[in-house]
Structure formats: structure tokens, C-alpha cells
Ligand binder design. Structure first.
Ligand code: PLP
Length: 499
């Protein structure tokens, strides 16, 4: 018996409904003009079933998961297996920069594939990765002369934390007692255990507390829910004095302070006050504490400049990059370090001063090739220069959205925006997270062809930098209609129940 690919495990009605014929790796829909390349020979229903039952999705309740299977993309639009089109309103989780299937980026990967797909960084190298390291050093804030490659944001932070620890032990005037970290409340630095230790998002991290190392916590410089007696004008100095108190008291034990510069992304796009990052840099210098800048989310143009640190003329001691590094194409991360840190690791083999850390695919040449091509596209397409009108257009939309009922705060830095829904605008009382207000608005936007992923009650808009003005309008319109529909439904339900 021959089993036609595309029919395994289907019911007769599934098969009839789809009327698909699988030809090699191509699935021909009943309309032959739609010849759609699928990575596998699975039928539509099998794909959906396997995605629900076999694939374990991150940060997803699998018992309730409704599959969304994207098969291909064009520019800033993603296309699912049914041919439905979605604007990529969150840059495929904050990483896509120049749009999908950019010819220059695709070509760079093809050309690298013709040479070699992978070369280990453990005792070897390849020209593409070397060239990328050189470009990053030239581009990054001054003083960061060395690049350690890994694969994801979490590993970039993990490497920085371990480098800081080892550095203090190996400095000429060794200070092994410096082994603590300072991090901000509600920080997010990834999901490996070191990154989770410095993270502070209760809902994600509380479960793992018994596994984590000690971290000194400073308040998140939240400008929306200011502490009593603090105003927007004195917020920066208020939050900086909290850091100063910590450093003054414990600096002899502190190895590093880790921060998401300008925007605390996963906390709900919390925007730090102007001058805060610079103040943190001055304090860490004064108290001899390393500064780790985690630009995994904000790097590569998101905030309007190539790196967020530039906006406050800050050079950290360690800089973590990932996500946009490959323009959202391949997993690749980099931890940049100063000469001083690098020198503390030099010595003979027998002295055992090497950095004892590494990942199999760190520095992968395919990733490096597309990262280099992305930096070229930044130049050729003048990506940063073209951001101004997009940032302004987003601001106009936010101004309007901010007037909607139950929108407590709209906040923006560059092409990053957070729209926070609250139960009570006067008191800023949040909706209980279990009501999934943000998700409900995003579900409505999705039905209109705009793909968004919220952070609790905060709707995040963070499109590729290549987004067009009209596409931005579409995203904002879908968010607006989603909020009106959801919050309108709330009012009606509340009125009906007599609440
Ligand atoms: N650091 C920051 C600031 C992030 O926002 C993220 C992810 O969102 C990470 C680190 C972790 O990156 P990855 O998911 O690539 O491990």
C-alpha cells in the first residue's frame, strides 16, 4: 500500500476539506496557483495536531494553545499555512530589523553556505566571524575592544555575569570578595539560571528562587507608578539615590550591576527617566563596580540610535547583544568586553586564567554572515536616518490611544511602545493578570491581520525598523479597535451585572 504524504493520521473529512496533493516537499492546494513550499510533507491537520501535541512552546500554556503556523513571509508580513497575512507588529519577538526575506540578507547566508556552515570557536575561527567581531568593536560604545560569541540573549548575559566574577578574582589586585550582582526590580535578562537570578519578574522567576544566587535589588525606575512624594522631575535622582545607597554600603562585595539601558522591556516596556543610565554609569565607576549593559532587546536601532547606551554617552564594561544582531534571522549573541577585563584573562595555560565558558554554536559563520549583511543594510538603506518619521507617526498614534478608556499609560522610546491597560486610570489599579486583558486585545488585532504579543496588561508595539508608515497605521488601527471592542465589552458586562 502506498501512503500519500500529507494524509497520515487524517480523517476522511479532513482530507476532503483540504484536497491537497503532496508532491515531494511541495503541497499543492486545491487551487493549483497556490503552490506552497512546506518544510515537511505533513498535511495541514497533522501540522496543527503535532504543533499542539508534540512541540512544547515557550511561555505558553500548552493545554490552551491555539496553533498559529507561519509558513512564509514577505517584508513585514507573515503568512500562515492557510495563506492568511499578518503584519509582524512585534518583530517576531523583538528581533527582526529589515523585514523578512530581505534579498541582501538571504543572499549573505547562501554565499556563506557555499563556503562552510559551521566552524567551532573553541581554538579555531573563520573569516566571517572575525570580520563581524571587528565591525562590532568599531560600532559599539568606545572601550569595548573584545567580543565573545554565544547564541542567545540569555547566554550573552550569562557570559557577562561569569566574566565579571572571574575578572575580580584574576585582576592583578584580586578581589574575590566581589561576587554579588545588583539588578533592578522587574528586570528580565533571559531564562538560563544566571540570567534568571538577575531577573526580577515575579511571575516568571519566583518558582525558581531556590535555584538562584543572591542578587541585590534596586527599584525599577518606573515613571508611571511613582512612589509617594516622588514627581517626574525628581524621579531620576530618587532612583539613583537608591542605587547609591546600595553601592555605598556593599560595593566591596559587588562584582557588577546589570541593567537594560533606557527601556526595561519584559517588565512592560518601562521607560527610564532621562539621565538615569548616565547616573548609574557614574555611580558604578565611583564605587568600582562593573556595569553590564544588556542591549539584547534595545540594541540595533530599536530606541532610535544603534545602541541605547549612545543616547546617554555611556560606555559599559560589558555589553550584551543578541536578537537584532542577525536582524532576526539566526540565533547569535555577543558579549563585548573592555581591554581591562580581557587582560585579566591572559596568562599561560598552566595559570588557568582562560574564560571557562563556551557554547557549541557560538560565533556560527552563517549567523555572522547575516549579521554583517545586516550592518551593511543599515548603511545602504540609511535605516536609522529613516526612523524619524516612523517614530513620529507612532507617537501620533499613541497620543490618540492614550485617550481611550482603560488606557492608563502609553510610553515610547524610538520604535518601542507599550500601551498599558488599567482597571482604574485615576489610581493606576491594574487589571488582574489572570483576566488576560492584553492578550484579548491582541487576539482581536490578530483577527484583523496584525500579530502582537502582550506583556500582561501591556500591549507591545515593536515592529521591524523597516516597517512602512501605512503599515504602522494598520497596526495602530487594529490595536485601537481591539481596545475599544474589549473595553466596551467590559463596560457592557459590568453594566449588565449591575457592578
Ligand atoms: N535580555 C533582554 C533585555 C531581553 O529582553 C531578552 C529577551 O527578551 C533576553 C535578555 C533573553 O534573550 P533570549 O530570549 O535570546 O535568550
Amino acid at each position: 500500500m502506498t501512503i500519500r504524504r500529507g494524509q497520515r493520521g487524517e480523517t476522511a473529512s479532513d482530507a476532503q476539506a483540504q484536497a491537497t496533493i503532496t508532491v515531494g516537499f511541495y503541497r499543492m492546494a486545491s487551487d493549483p496557483s497556490r503552490l506552497s513550499p512546506l518544510a515537511s510533507g505533513l498535511s495541514r491537520s497533522e501540522l496543527l495536531r503535532c504543533d499542539r501535541e508534540i512541540v512544547w512552546h515557550p511561555f505558553t500554556q500548552m493545554a490552551e494553545y491555539v496553533p498559529l503556523v507561519i509558513e512564509r513571509a514577505e517584508g513585514c508580513t507573515l503568512i500562515d499555512i492557510d495563506g492568511r497575512r499578518y503584519l509582524d507588529g512585534v518583530s517576531s519577538l523583538w528581533c527582526n530589523i529589515h523585514g523578512h526575506r530581505h534579498p541582501r540578507l538571504d543572499d549573505a547566508i547562501h554565499r556563506q553556505l557555499d563556503r562552510v556552515a559551521h566552524v567551532t570557536q573553541l581554538g579555531a575561527s573563520n573569516p566571517t566571524t572575525i570580520e563581524l567581531a571587528r565591525r562590532l568593536v568599531d560600532l559599539a560604545p568606545t572601550g569595548l575592544g573584545h567580543v565573545f560569541f554565544s547564541d542567545d540573549g540569555a547566554t550573552a548575559v550569562e557570559a557577562a555575569l561569569k566574566m565579571a566574577f572571574q575578572y575580580w578574582r584574576q585582576r592583578p589586585d584580586s578581589k574575590p570578595e566581589k561576587r554579588l550582582y545588583v539588578a533592578l526590580a522587574d528586570a528580565y535578562h533571559g531564562d538560563t539560571l544566571g540570567s534568571v537570578s538577575v531577573g526580577g519578574v515575579e511571575r516568571f522567576h519566583a518558582m525558581f528562587r531556590p535555584l538562584l544566587f543572591e542578587v541585590l535589588r534596586a527599584p525599577a525606575p518606573d515613571m508611571y507608578r511613582l512612589p509617594a512624594g516622588v514627581s517626574a522631575e525628581n524621579a531620576c535622582s530618587h532612583y539613583l539615590s537608591a542605587i547609591e545607597r546600595l553601592l555605598a554600603e556593599r560595593h566591596a562585595e559587588i562584582a557588577a550591576l546589570v541593567i537594560e539601558p533606557l527601556v526595561q522591556a519584559a517588565a512592560g516596556m518601562l521607560m527610564h527617566p532621562a539621565g538615569y543610565l548616565r547616573g548609574v554609569r557614574e555611580l558604578t565607576r565611583r564605587y568600582d563596580v562593573l556595569l553590564i549593559a544588556d542591549e539584547v532587546a534595545v540594541g540595533f536601532g530599536r530606541t532610535g540610535t544603534m545602541f541605547a547606551c549612545e543616547q546617554e554617552q555611556v560606555s559599559p564594561d560589558l555589553l550584551c547583544l543578541a536578537k537584532g544582531l542577525t536582524a532576526g534571522y539566526l540565533p547569535m549573541a555577543a558579549t563585548l568586553a573592555t581591554d581591562e577585563i580581557w587582560r585579566a584573562f591572559l596568562g599561560t595555560y598552566a595559570e588557568s586564567r582562560s574564560f571557562f565558558h563556551g557554547h557549541t554554536y557560538g560565533g556560527n559563520p552563517l549567523g555572522a554572515a547575516v549579521a554583517l549583511a545586516s550592518l551593511n543594510v543599515f548603511d545602504e538603506e540609511r535605516t536609522l536616518e529613516k526612523l524619524g518619521p516612523k517614530i513620529d507617526r507612532l507617537a501620533e498614534h499613541l497620543e490618540r490611544l492614550g485617550r481611550l478608556p482603560h488606557v492608563g499609560s502609553v510610553r515610547q522610546r524610538g520604535l518601542i511602545a507599550g500601551i498599558e491597560l488599567v482597571r482604574d486610570r485615576e489610581t493606576t489599579e491594574p487589571f488582574p493578570w489572570s483576566e488576560r486583558r492584553g492578550q484579548r486585545v491582541c487576539d482581536r488585532a490578530r483577527a484583523e491581520g496584525v500579530l502582537l504579543r502582550p506583556l500582561g496588561n501591556v500591549i507591545v508595539v515593536m515592529p521591524p525598523l523597516a516597517i512602512g508608515l501605512e503599515e504602522l497605521d494598520q497596526i495602530a488601527a487594529a490595536v485601537e479597535r481591539g481596545i475599544v471592542a474589549e473595553m466596551g465589552a467590559t463596560t457592557t458586562a459590568a453594566a449588565q451585572s449591575g457592578a
